[in-house]
Design a protein around this ligand. Structure first.
Ligand code: HEC
Length: 132
């Protein structure tokens, strides 16, 4: 019985870590899988991981605004980091990881913050749609 439970647990952990399943992944692993391709080397002038001078004005926009605008996409930055399966929570945690390694000190957003990010995402999309 104990063994069966242990195996089930290991299987569940293995599934959570599988690429493509964006369930409850750590910000670090999402960053490495989705964001690092551009933000690691500064491709297309993406603000580089660890570049405090580049990140300072972005961090100053605040977690709700910056997370929402990044999630919707801006100029060379593709929506959802180019991964259509990436949830707001997954995107937000990857950004927290990047920010905290680039001079900031953010926390994984709580339910209230996620709700505020969602609201800003909708507002941003509505604004973008009007321009087209
Ligand atoms: C295909 C390349 C690419 C990938 C992948 C990518 N980014 Fe970006 N990102 C960019 C570029 C380029 C910019 C700079 C956009 C500009 O200011 O012109 C940017 C800018 C940003 C910004 C600043 C947005 C703003 O309001 O100025 C955030 C936040 C961000 N990225 C987060 C992420 C996160 C989190 C991921 C992974 C989940 C990710 N990016 C994946 C290319 C990428």
């Amino acid at each position: 019985m104990m063994n069966f439970k242990k195996q089930t647990y290991i299987l569940a952990v293995a599934l959570l870590g599988a690429p493509g399943l964006a369930l409850a992944q750590s910000g670090e692993s999402t960053y490495k899988q989705v964001c690092a391709a551009c933000h690691g080397a500064g491709v297309l002038n993406a603000p580089k991981f660890g570049d405090k001078a580049k990140w300072a004005p972005l961090i100053a926009e605040g977690q709700v605004t910056l997370t929402a605008h990044g999630y919707v996409g801006v100029r060379g930055m593709p929506a959802k980091g180019g991964n259509p399966n990436l949830s707001i929570e997954g995107f937000a945690d990857a950004l927290v990881y990047m920010v905290n390694n680039s001079g900031g000190n953010w926390k994984s957003p709580d339910v209230k913050t996620i709700a505020a990010i969602n609201k800003e995402v909708e507002a941003r999309k509505a604004g973008l749609n009007k321009k087209q």
